[in-house]
Design a protein around this ligand. Structure first.
Ligand code: C2E
Ligand code: CA
Ligand code: CA
Length: 525
């Protein structure tokens, strides 16, 4: 690729990642600031509601107590002394009074004939409310709310501030109590916006934001009103700005680190074919580990799969599922197979000659499998090697055998040389029964993803009996791969699977380890 284009691409990737990280951290900081304010608003609304319910409880019991007084003497000495006692007993009421024609006729304090104006609205249980009344004879600075029982005329006088004195002095919150019917603002410190009431849906507390406020509404379960608390949106923005001072540099730093990692991964990915070419030339980087096949009936090790390994000069291990596809894409896969065969011959040449009933199995990519030249090279190698062709088995994946006709020819060619062929990763492709029948492979390796489901209730667990049936119908030998538990091994043994492979028995081990284990097994048998 053109060098300038590559640098442009890097800058683009880098700025994309950094922008994404910065935007994410800014968004997270904003959500946190908003969540804090919403929490605060909810708490305030809750406190205001509780306080007001206590006031309402005391109002209710005061009006109830005044019911005892004879109807024809509402301002008698007895009545006024009861008024005084009620006020003394209650913590939240300032005075009790008797009202007629919008005037206080008498009260628990010494007043007479005070005009208080028409009631503002009627709330539940036949009580009317007057809000924000000035009563200089009680307190010239304060405003009062007067709740009057419509049947008896008795009324309770409450200092408006009392409902809100639980708020911290510095709070910028607007709070209040609003009746359930529209337009019934019972008391408040801020400015209630009637549109907010539409947010109540009858199911309980709600929180929301509008352009300027974070609002919480809490309806009372016992009275026909709800409390509100509204905090200025400006506070969210201020909290966001201060959180962003930490979050943004953090986002920037994360973005920068991620960019470096992504660019390094890209650079490595782009450089992998060159590194692999180098590894193929070297004698030190590629090597082979061997994972045994275990006869499930006798527990004997009958063979081993050759699995290639790559350790780079800097010690880094590159996994085969990463570099094998790269080798396939860059036309290096045949060299990998050739190298593998040479290494297997070096590692196991002697062992295979000493144990003629032991076999090694290699993974053959589609390109080699279908290539006539590969079959010829293999035949020559086996002759030089001095082993029986049955001792070198081949594994091909379902995916590599898409072209049925070509695959059939290739498999027949290799079988004619005396090799056995296994279908690897069976169950992950689309092979139909008839397709499998034409292929004429010798065995199938049930993919690890199906073995994993044995004994679980995963949907794919139902596939295992099907796969076993297919194998039996076609008379194929079955091999279970990736067996990790005794239960999986037992299930497969019981259901006629011949060989097992997996960490339950042994991981892929070095050739010396394999040799040692085989010798031990021979001594004990
Ligand atoms: P595969 O042929 O299906 O090999 C099985 C993989 O599963 C191996 O991974 C093996 O180490 C791993 N394995 C075996 N038993 C267990 C188990 O019980 N649990 C778990 N979690 N894993 C288990 P590996 O060696 O990393 O190979 C991955 C893939 O790379 C192979 O899948 C094969 O497709 C490819 N590969 C490996 N070596 C070669 C090679 O020499 N040539 C070619 N063409 N491909 C190879
Ligand atoms: Ca395999
Ligand atoms: Ca496999």
């Amino acid at each position: 690729m053109n060098k300038r284009l590559t640098s442009c691409l890097k800058v683009l990737i880098g700025s994309g990642i950094v922008a994404l990280c910065v935007a994410t951290s800014a968004w997270v900081a904003y959500r946190l600031a908003l969540r804090d304010q919403q929490h605060l608003a909810s708490q305030l609304a809750e406190q205001i509601l509780r306080r007001n319910e206590r006031i309402s409880d005391q109002v209710r019991s005061a009006l109830y107590a005044m019911d005892e007084v004879a109807k024809d003497a509402p301002c008698s000495a007895k009545a006024r002394s009861l008024m005084a006692r009620i006020v003394l007993r209650s913590s939240l009421l300032q005075a009790v009074a008797w009202v007629r024609e919008d005037r206080i006729v008498c009260a628990s304090v010494d007043v007479k004939d005070v005009p208080i104006g028409k009631s503002d609205f009627v709330i539940q249980e036949g009580a009317s409310v007057r809000v924000s009344r000035q009563l200089p004879m009680i307190d010239p600075q304060a405003t009062f709310r007067i709740t009057q029982a419509l049947d008896t005329g008795y009324a309770v006088i409450i200092n408006t501030e009392l409902a809100f004195d639980i708020l911290p002095q510095t709070s910028k919150a607007a709070v209040g109590i609003v009746g359930s019917q529209p337009g019934q603002v019972i008391s408040q410190t801020g400015t209630w916006q009637p549109a907010w009431q539409q947010r109540l849906d009858g199911t309980g507390p709600v929180s929301f934001t509008d352009a300027d406020h974070v609002v919480a509404l809490r309806p009372s379960g016992r009275y026909k009103y709800f409390a509100y608390a509204a905090l200025p949106m400006a506070d969210v923005h201020a909290a966001w700005a201060s959180a962003a001072r930490v979050a943004l540099p953090l986002g920037l730093a994360t973005g920068a680190v991620l960019t470096l990692l992504v660019l390094a991964a890209l650079r490595r990915q782009a450089g992998l074919p060159a590194l692999l070419r180098q590894a193929l030339r070297s004698d030190k980087e590629l090597y082979v580990h061997y994972q045994p096949f275990v006869d499930l009936q006798t527990s004997r090790w009958v063979g081993a799969e050759a699995l290639i390994r790559w350790r780079r000069p800097d010690g880094e291990i590159v996994r085969p599922d990463l570099f094998i596809p790269v080798a396939e894409q860059h036309g290096l896969i045949s060299q990998v197979t050739d190298k593998l065969l040479r290494m297997v011959r070096r590692d196991l040449g002697e062992l295979l000659r000493q144990h003629p009933d032991f076999f090694v199995s290699i993974n053959v990519p589609a390109q080699d499998l279908l290539d006539e030249g590969f079959a010829q090279r293999l035949a020559a190698l086996v002759r030089e090697w001095g082993i029986a062709p049955l001792q070198l088995r081949l594994e091909a994946t379902e995916h590599s055998l898409i072209d049925a006709q070509a695959a059939h020819v290739a498999i027949a060619r290799l079988q004619a040389l005396g090799h056995r062929i296994a279908l690897d990763d069976f169950g992950t492709g689309y092979s139909s029964l008839s397709y499998l029948a034409t292929l004429k492979v010798d065995s199938i390796k049930i993919d690890k993803s199906f073995v994993d489901t044995i004994g679980t209730d995963a949907v794919t667990a139902q596939m295992v009996p099907h796969i076993l049936d297919i194998g039996k119908t076609l008379g194929l030998r079955l091999i279970g791969e990736g067996i990790e538990t005794a239960a999986q091994a037992a299930y497969l043994t019981e259901h006629g699977v011949t060989y097992g492979q997996g960490w339950f028995f042994e991981k892929a081990i070095c050739p010396k380890g394999l040799e040692k284990k085989l010798q031990e097994a021979h001594r004990t048998s």
